[in-house]
Design a binder for this molecule. Structure first.
Ligand code: GDD
Length: 330
C-alpha cells in the first residue's frame, strides 16, 4: 500500500486530500500542531484512519525526523500561511512558513530518496499569486513570476526551490493553484466571508457585508477538483509545473451579487455591500485567470464545478448551518 505524508492536513485542501487518498487505499500520515484542537477532531471524523504526528512548520529538524520515520512514497506540502491579507501583517513569518519551509521538506525528501534508493514524489502547491501583475492573460506555466505580495514572494521562492530539487533528481511537481473554494473555506477568505454573511442577512432580513476591493478579478474553482489535480501531478511519470484553474474570471462584486441572489436577495444585492478601507491591501494583482491546458493534456484533469455552482453550494451550506442542518462551521 503506498504511503502519503501531508503537512497542513487540517486545512481545507488537506482534509479533502486525506479523504481522497484514504478512499484509494493509501496509508495517510499527517503533521498537526500540538494545539490542533477542533480542526483535528473535525479531520478525524471525516478521515478516521489517518495517522497524525506532532510537528511545526517552523521546525525543519522535526520535518526531517518525520520524513525519515514515516518513509512516505508521496509528500504533499500543504502547510503554509495561506491568507494573502495576513501576509502583509506578518511578512517575515510568511517568508519562513510559506517559503523556506518548502526547502526543508524537499531536502528531507531528497535525503530519504538517497538513503533508501526509493522514489519519493513531492507536491508543492504553488499559487497564482506568484504571477502578481501578470504580463499576460490568461496565465500559464510560462508566465513570468512577478509577485506583488509577501505571500506571493514566499510562494515564488518555494516554486523556484521545487525546480532546483527537480534538477537534483527529486520528483517535485507543482500545481500553480488559482483560488479554490468550498464550504470548508475559513471566513478570512472573501468567498466564505460573503456566503456566510449572505445567509445571515437572508435569515435576519437586514445587514451589510464590509469588503475591500470589489473590482479584483479572480478565477474561482472547486477545492476537491484542485486536490485531485495534485494527486495526478504527483503520480505523473515526469514531474512538472501545472496551472490548475477554471479559465473563467469574475470580480469580487460578481461573487457577492451571485451569493446574495442565491440567498434570495437578488434585486437589492448592492444595498448589502459596503466598501471598508480596512480590507484593502497595499498592492494586489488586479486580475488572475489561469489556462489549465497543460494539466488537461498531460494529467487528464479538468474542473468539474463552475463559478455559479461553487457559489451556490457555499451559500446553501451556510443556510443549512444557520438552520442547524449542517455541522461544519468552516
Ligand atoms: N479576504 C478578503 N476579505 N478579500 C477581499 C475582501 C475582504 O473583505 N474584499 C475584497 N477582497 C478581495 C481581495 O483583495 C482579493 O482580490 C480577493 O478578494 C480574494 O481574496 P481572498 O479570498 O483573501 O484570496 P486571495 O486571492 O488573496 O488568495 C487565495 O487564492 C490564492 C490563489 O490565487 C488564497 O487561497 C491563497 O492561498 C491562494 O494561493
Amino acid at each position: 500500500m503506498p504511503r502519503a505524508f501531508i503537512t497542513g492536513i487540517t486545512g481545507q485542501d488537506g482534509g479533502y486530500l486525506a479523504e481522497q487518498l484514504q478512499a484509494e487505499g493509501v496509508e495517510v500520515h499527517g503533521m498537526v500542531r500540538a494545539d490542533g484542537g477542533d480542526a483535528v477532531r473535525e479531520l478525524l471524523s471525516r478521515a478516521p484512519g489517518v495517522v497524525l504526528h506532532q510537528g511545526d512548520l517552523g521546525d525543519s529538524d522535526r520535518f526531517g525526523e518525520l520524513v525519515a520515520d514515516i518513509r512516505p512514497d508521496e509528500i504533499y506540502n500543504l502547510a503554509a500561511i495561506s491568507s494573502v491579507a495576513y501576509s502583509w501583517q506578518e511578512p517575515v513569518l510568511t517568508a519562513r512558513l510559506s517559503g523556506v519551509a518548502a526547502a526543508a521538506i524537499f531536502e528531507a525528501a531528497w535525503r530519504l530518496q538517497e538513503n533508501t534508493s526509493r522514489r519519493v514524489a513531492c507536491l508543492q502547491p504553488s499559487s497564482a499569486e506568484i504571477f502578481g501583475h501578470a504580463a499576460v492573460s490568461p496565465q500559464d506555466e510560462s508566465t513570468p513570476v512577478r509577485p506583488v505580495s509577501p505571500y506571493g514572494a514566499a510562494k515564488a521562492f518555494a516554486h523556484h526551490m521545487a525546480g532546483v530539487y527537480r534538477g537534483r533528481g527529486l520528483h517535485v511537481a507543482t500545481c500553480i493553484l488559482f483560488n479554490h473554494e468550498s464550504p470548508r473555506r475559513p471566513l478570512v477568505f472573501v468567498t466564505r466571508k460573503i456566503t456566510a454573511a449572505a445567509a445571515r442577512i437572508s435569515v435576519e432580513g437586514s445587514g451589510v457585508i464590509r469588503l475591500g476591493n470589489l473590482e479584483a478579478r479572480r478565477d474561482w474553482g472547486w477545492a476537491p477538483d484542485y486536490v485531485d489535480a495534485m494527486v495526478r501531478a504527483v503520480r505523473c511519470e515526469t514531474a512538472g509545473d501545472y496551472v490548475v484553474a477554471t479559465g473563467e474570471t469574475h470580480s469580487v462584486a460578481d461573487f457577492a451579487q451571485a451569493a446574495l441572489r442565491r440567498a434570495g436577495l437578488g434585486d437589492r444585492w448592492r444595498d448589502h455591500i459596503e466598501v471598508d478601507p480596512e480590507f484593502l491591501r497595499p498592492a494586489e494583482a488586479p486580475t488572475l485567470v489561469g489556462d489549465a491546458g497543460k494539466a488537461q493534456r498531460e494529467l487528464g484533469w479538468a474542473p468539474t464545478v463552475r463559478f455559479e455552482e461553487v457559489v451556490g453550494r457555499m451559500v446553501d451550506h451556510d443556510m443549512e448551518l444557520l438552520h442547524g442542518r449542517a455541522s461544519v462551521a468552516q
